[in-house]
Design a protein around this ligand. Structure first.
Ligand code: SF4
Length: 315
């Protein structure tokens, strides 16, 4: 199976494209994610024609807007970068996510230093020029900085969003859009939405309740916006407990009294932070596998991404 197409800052793959000829290899990306993702690597500075090695650049706020200027000197690479961004952006429409290098005036997602015309730091809330354009152009695409992927919860959340967005792009977007495709997608992700954001979960059902109230495209667009907003919210232990208890209700018939007791104990142990999510989730999956309940068979919540990623061992 081809991997899921995901964009990445080239230096994170260990390629020596940084201004000083170095790289910023991310082992998580090269050793693990590369088995599941088909990376489309982009080094905006290199591809905008700045070469390697090249002078370091930073963001400077000018009267006419933000500019990419050499840190030592006055060389201005704003137009070159903008030209590259305009050329490349349409070709990124098939990506299901993007992993960006932090702290870069081109790739940094947030907290980038902004300088004044004299070169002094005036604020630290800028965005890299390429990263900003990417997030404006594809506001629903999951985007994360590599450094933040060291946080177990942020990592799990990002990967889950990439797989959910991939499901949408493969099965609902574009020519595949139909009432059935939309309803099936919602059905598959119901428990995930419930765990992430119960308020949005309660809105999405009614939105799909009358598919004739607006064009299907309009409903799908509102749905996806709210779905991705819900998925971006981190799931608390309490919310997972709530979703797992709902699931357990559907499996009541297939659980012996003793199994129910063990599952309840493990859900409670997870709630207290004594065992990771994978423990009660595996018990739920075992029960579903032994006596499948149709409604649960397609639930992505039970298996949102490949087990080999090991993400639920750490949350
Ligand atoms: S941070 Fe971005 S621009 Fe800088 S070397 Fe890495 S890929 Fe290239």
């Amino acid at each position: 199976m081809p991997g899921i197409p995901v964009g990445i800052s080239t230096c994170l793959l260990g390629k020596e494209v940084r201004h000083d000829g170095g790289h910023k290899r991310s082992r998580f990306c090269t050793d693990l994610l590369s088995k599941h993702f088909e990376f489309r690597s982009i080094c905006p500075e290199l591809e905008a024609g700045l070469g390697v090695p090249r002078p370091a650049i930073h963001l400077r706020e000018h009267a006419d807007g933000m500019r990419l200027i050499e840190t030592k000197g006055t060389g201005d690479h704003t137009e070159a970068m903008q030209g590259f961004i305009d050329d490349v952006m349409p070709s990124l429409a098939n990506l299901r996510g993007y992993i960006l290098m932090a702290k870069s005036p081109s790739c940094g997602m947030a907290r980038i230093k902004v300088h004044n015309e004299e070169g002094r730091v005036v604020r630290r809330d800028g965005q890299g020029m390429f990263a900003e354009a990417l997030m404006k152009h594809y506001p629903l695409m999951p985007v994360e900085e590599e450094g933040r992927l060291n946080d177990d919860q942020l990592r799990e959340n990002f990967i889950e969003r990439v797989y959910a967005y991939d499901d949408w792009m493969q099965n609902v977007a574009g020519e595949n859009l139909s009432p059935k495709a939309l309803i099936d997608f919602h059905t598959r992700h119901k428990f995930q939405i419930l765990a992430h954001n119960e308020a949005i979960y309660r809105k999405l059902g009614p939105l799909l309740g009358d598919l004739k109230s607006q064009t299907l495209e309009a409903i799908a667009s509102q749905y996806l916006e709210q779905f991705m907003e819900a998925m971006t919210k981190r799931v608390s232990r309490g919310s997972h407990v709530n979703a797992m208890q709902h699931l357990m209700g559907f499996l009541r018939e297939s659980l012996e009294q003793e199994e129910r007791k063990v599952l309840t104990e493990q859900i409670e142990a997870y709630h207290r932070g004594e065992v990771p999510l994978v423990v009660p989730m595996t018990l739920l999956r075992m029960a579903q596998r032994r006596e499948p309940v149709d409604y649960l068979a397609s639930q992505k919540y039970l298996s949102p991404y490949p087990d080999e990623l090991g993400l639920r061992n750490r949350v």
